[in-house]
Design a protein around this ligand. Structure first.
Ligand SMILES: *Cc1c(COP(=O)(O)O)cnc(C)c1O
Length: 453
């Protein structure tokens, strides 16, 4: 076997790329990353990029936090691995569960660990199926989510995700129902007020539950702000309208806080930002500040009690991953929570969010930006051909892809999502770095819109 020479060629020859626009890779080559400093990453050519996407939303403490690495090393020295089966678990796991309940909106609860956000959602579905079955409702299995939702990529979590790309896998599985995306700017009808839009979505939910039968629906999952759907904050009053409908029908509400959790929206949890209390919380990504793959399910008191009763009945919960509650992951998560909540990171998000919004608002004055939207440290700009009619550019022009590529050329990483550009920088971002982000993005917008307009 003769190996190709460059890093780019070696990457392309031996790796199967996930969620990657391959024509862009063939044309531009892969950015092969070697190390990081604060919010910056460096590639094999020594080029520096401001990563305004925090890796994949998760590297909230930046790429070289000394305390995080120390916590990992110390735990690798003490106990480098263990499971959480058969009545054994590490001390770090015990401490993390305590901590997660302490920082949750609940006064008590129970925590279960996975290796990813997808597995956490997948596991939550199994918990609901297990619970309803145990309570004599084995037919209570359908799952409600929304179009544009992102809940992961395993067969079940991909079925919950509301994206057309899953059709190539023959997904969603039967019994996964997608409701209207609560994005007023895009899905509000002509002449419909935001209030009327929200009322229509609540009615759609009620109609769907009546049609399917409340006794066939296991749960409702929602991201407080849709992340991978293109940073979509809910229409005003959305959760206040839909949650009473779900409560009325006895359907558990699960908040997928994989992105929103631990300060991204300016509060510890996205559900706090939007004023609702779910029955359970899904966490991952920020949970370890991206320093370890880990997901967690935090069950609120009512679900915790019901699940405990179900477990008592058959004397075990027959589920778990080899690395569930990994001691190094738990030690890192404990440190990450401390860093985010006590070292000023969450505060920095709160402090700079108005400045972030002001920058987005200014960029949105561009005649080819239809909407700016977001909260805290997660924002998006949506490109349009015509601002008045909201007509998008033809998909064949790949406008958002071109904007992101132009940013990459100039040392800024941001993400194209549909017709939008997403910015979700690490929580450590300074004012000067924020200015750098806006300057580079503005140049890219000017250049690409001049080409396509
Ligand atoms: C990323 C994400 C997931 C999936 O997490 P993985 O760790 O990639 O499996 C689930 N839900 C939301 C809201 C996410 O953003």
């Amino acid at each position: 076997m003769t190996k190709p020479q460059s890093w780019e060629a070696r990457a392309e020859e031996f790796s199967l790329y996930g969620f990657t626009d391959m024509p862009s890779v063939h044309e531009r080559g892969t950015v092969v990353v070697t190390h990081g400093e604060g919010p910056y990453i460096f590639d094999t050519n020594g080029k520096r990029y401001l990563d305004a996407n925090s890796g994949l939303w998760n590297m909230v403490a930046g790429f070289d936090h000394a305390g995080m690495a120390e916590a990992a090393k110390a735990q690798y020295d003490r106990l480098p691995g263990y499971h959480a089966f058969f009545g054994r678990m590490s001390d770090q796991t015990v401490m993390l569960s305590e901590k997660l309940v302490e920082v949750s909106p609940y006064d008590r609860g129970r925590v279960f660990y996975t290796n990813s956000g997808s597995e956490a959602n997948d596991t939550m579905v199994k918990i609901l199926w297990f619970l309803h079955g145990s309570e004599g409702n084995p037919q209570k299995r359908k799952i409600l989510t929304r179009w544009n939702a992102y809940h992961g990529v395993t067969a079940v979590s991909a079925s919950m995700t509301g994206k057309p790309y899953n059709e190539v896998f023959g997904l969603p599985l039967p019994g996964f129902i997608h409701l209207t995306c609560p994005h007023y700017w895009r899905f509000g009808k002509d002449g419909e007020t935001e209030e009327e839009f929200v009322a229509r979505l609540a009615q759609e939910l009620d109609d769907t539950i009546q049609r399917e039968g409340a006794d066939t629906i296991a749960g409702f999952f929602a991201e407080p702000v849709m992340g991978a759907g293109g940073v979509i904050p809910p229409a005003k009053g959305y959760f206040q309208a839909v949650i009473p409908v779900l409560k009325k029908h006895g359907i558990p509400v699960i908040s997928d806080e994989v992105i929103c959790g631990f300060g991204r929206t300016g509060n510890t949890w996205g559900c706090q930002t939007y004023g609702f209390t779910p029955d359970a919380i899904i966490s991952s990504k920020n949970l370890t500040a991206g320093y370890f793959p880990m997901g967690a399910i935090i069950l609120g008191p009512e679900l915790a009690d019901r699940v405990e009763a179900a477990v008592e009945k058959i004397e075990e919960f027959p589920h778990g991953f080899t690395a569930s509650g990994h001691p190094v992951g738990c030690a890192i998560a404990l440190k990450a929570i401390d860093v985010v909540m006590n070292e000023g990171l969450a505060e920095n998000v709160k402090r700079l969010a108005p400045r972030f919004e002001a920058g987005m608002k200014r960029l949105a004055e561009n005649p080819n930006i239809g909407e700016y939207r977001g909260v805290g440290f997660m924002w998006a700009l949506e490109a349009v051909k015509d601002k008045a009619t909201k007509e998008p550019f033809p998909a064949s022009l790949s406008v958002s892809e071109r904007i992101a590529n132009s940013c990459t050329d100039h040392g800024l990483i941001c993400r194209p999502l549909g017709q939008s550009i997403v910015l979700c920088p690490p929580f450590i971002m300074t004012e000067a770095q924020m200015d750098e982000m806006f300057e580079k993005l503005e140049e890219a917008l000017k250049k690409v819109f001049a080409e396509v307009a």
